[in-house]
Design a protein around this ligand. Structure first.
Ligand code: FAD
Ligand code: NAD
Length: 468
């Protein structure tokens, strides 16, 4: 019978990163994954494949909409979506192989099969071939991630009523797609298909898309996505979905009125959030508690109510983000090794990979108002950036929010080209508790998109922006 210092259940960005850090710190480590490939949602059906399709479809969009202005003449442009999906699969295959390599390099034992608790320190691995194995361990890290939420009235058939997992494998460009949920998945995957020519209709329950992000970012992205052809039904909810083998009929109801209507489309993509995944994990046998939303309850050390059992990533509270799961994996490994790691949850950036991208860190204006924190703000539009004009990426802006009295940066929100990469500077500034003036006095290379952050910081510092 195999005995480990630590067993990690789930090989997503939380689990595999935790396993590597445990191994680096000298622990005898095993990881259990129910699928044939490692990497979890993120590498197989999440972050990586969606970004691969976002990149491919953005090339199509640029070719259609921008090349002529650059003086590049193109005729007979054709999209081979099947090839696009194949390339996405190649990217995924390379990435998951990379994780396999890292497991070997760090001498981590990999078990493919369904992991479940028999007792707090005993885990059974049920394998595909019907056999099973029992492993013993001192400590466990639960990193079992999440699954899409799909109400039963939506009749999820994985063919016409789909989630992101199936949407990533569509090989014929749909004529029309209804998307339930104007959140991250809806807008990213909606962008992929809108760029390829699909009519996209988004049904969102709240009064704006990306309801938890900065209001100006949400407004700006709405404007840009409408230009791309998105149609939004805000303050509307989907009641039911009926599918045939070729189409779907989506019944939509206004949130605050009596109005109801049907939309017929080729597909309905359900993207209304994800739920923690702990099915058949045997949490009862270990005595591990979950909360009313099905999330595993953890303390400030990410330890569950059972000593030696920890949980990280999408299966616990907090944003469902790969980099949050990774940070927590490292945090738990170092905590087990007796170190005193720290995670500042306020400084976990969020990114939406539309084009332009949306990125944000720290507090929104709404949060600052609610908390009664006095603040000042500075904004800089990309249309005033020379770099953005050169690349025809003038949609969007950067907003810096700073404490009214101390000038400390409290939040940075942006919609713009390469915002996903630019937000890292804002995170670093805030980690070191920089003031808006500090940010405005840092020399930024010219011409770069990052100058917009410096200018927004200068605008927050007594209206000192130079180029507006
Ligand atoms: P997961 O990645 O879900 O991994 C959990 C693993 O555990 C899975 O492989 C599962 O098979 C395995 N497992 C579960 N139960 C068992 C069991 N009992 N036994 C064995 N194995 C088990 N986040 C970002 O930060 N950036 C993005 O750009 C981004 N894009 C996304 C795009 C899409 C379409 C989706 C769906 C998600 C995206 N996310 C993104 C979110 C991100 O994928 C998750 O936050 C992240 O994967 C969570 O990591 P995790 O390790 O907690 O769980
Ligand atoms: P989400 O929480 O981002 O958005 C769901 C949206 O659906 C919300 O705007 C919500 O108001 C709306 N909604 C909920 N119920 C509804 C209903 N019945 N009718 C109409 N609208 C409804 O969830 P998601 O887009 O499904 O993404 C799931 C998770 O995956 C997110 O937590 C996100 O963090 C993660 N993810 C991250 C990235 C990224 O970091 N770029 C990309 C994709 C997914």
């Amino acid at each position: 019978m195999s005995k480990y210092d630590v067993i990690v259940i789930g090989s997503g960005p939380g689990g595999y990163v935790a396993a590597i850090r445990c191994a680096q710190l000298g622990m005898k480590t095993a990881i259990i994954e129910k699928y044939a490939t490692l990497g979890g949602t993120c590498l197989n059906v999440g972050c990586i494949p969606s970004k691969a399709l976002l990149d491919s479809s953005e090339y199509v969009h640029e070719a259609k909409e921008k090349f002529a202005a650059h003086g590049i003449k193109l005729s007979g442009l054709q999209v081979d979506l099947k090839r696009m999906v194949e390339r996405k699969d190649e990217v995924v295959a390379q990435t998951v192989k990379g994780v396999e390599f890292l497991m070997k390099k760090n001498k981590i034992d990999v078990y493919h099969g369904y992991g479940s608790f028999v007792a707090p320190k005993e885990i059974q691995v049920a394998k595909e071939d019907g056999t099973s194995e029992t492993l013993h361990t001192d400590k466990v890290i639960i990193a079992t991630g999440s699954k899409p939420i799909v109400p039963s009235a939506f009749n999820y058939d994985k063919k016409r009523v789909i989630t992101s997992t199936e949407a990533l494998n569509i090989t014929k460009i749909p004529k029309r797609m209804v998307i339930v949920g104007g959140g991250v998945i809806g807008l990213e995957l909606g962008s992929v298909f809108a760029r390829l020519g699909t009519e996209i209709e988004v049904v969102e329950y709240m009064d704006r898309i990306l309801p938890t992000m900065d209001l100006d970012c949400s407004k700006e992205l709405t404007r840009v996505l409408k230009k791309l052809g998105f149609k939004f039904h805000l303050k509307h909810a989907v009641q039911s979905i009926k599918a045939t083998s070729r189409s779907v009929t989506v019944n939509v109801q206004a949130r605050d009125e009596e109005e109801a209507f049907d939309i017929k489309a080729d597909y309905c993509l359900v993207a209304i959030g994800r739920r923690p995944y702990t099915d058949k994990l045997g949490l009862d046998k270990a005595g591990v508690q979950i909360d009313e939303k099905g999330r595993i309850v953890v303390d400030e050390h990410l330890q569950t109510n059972v000593e030696g059992i920890y949980a990280i990533g999408d299966v616990i509270r907090g944003p469902m983000l790969a980099h949050k799961a990774e940070e927590e994996g490292i945090f738990v490994a170092e905590t087990m090794a007796g170190q005193k790691p720290h995670i500042d949850y306020n400084l976990i950036p969020s990114v939406v990979y539309t084009w332009p991208e949306v990125a944000s860190v720290g507090k929104t204006e709404l949060q600052l108002k609610e908390a009664g924190i006095p603040y000042k703000g500075g904004k800089f539009p990309f249309k005033a950036s020379g770099r953005a004009r050169a690349s025809m990426d003038t949609d969007g802006m950067v907003k810096v929010l700073a404490h009214k009295d101390t000038d400390e940066i409290l939040g940075v929100h942006m919609v713009g080209p390469r915002a996903a990469d630019m937000i890292a500077e804002a995170v670093a500034l805030m980690e070191f508790r920089a003031s808006a003036e500090d940010a405005g006095r840092i020399c930024h290379a010219h011409p770069t998109f990052t100058e917009a952050l410096k200018e927004a910081a200068l605008a927050a510092t007594a209206n000192r922006a130079i180029h507006i």
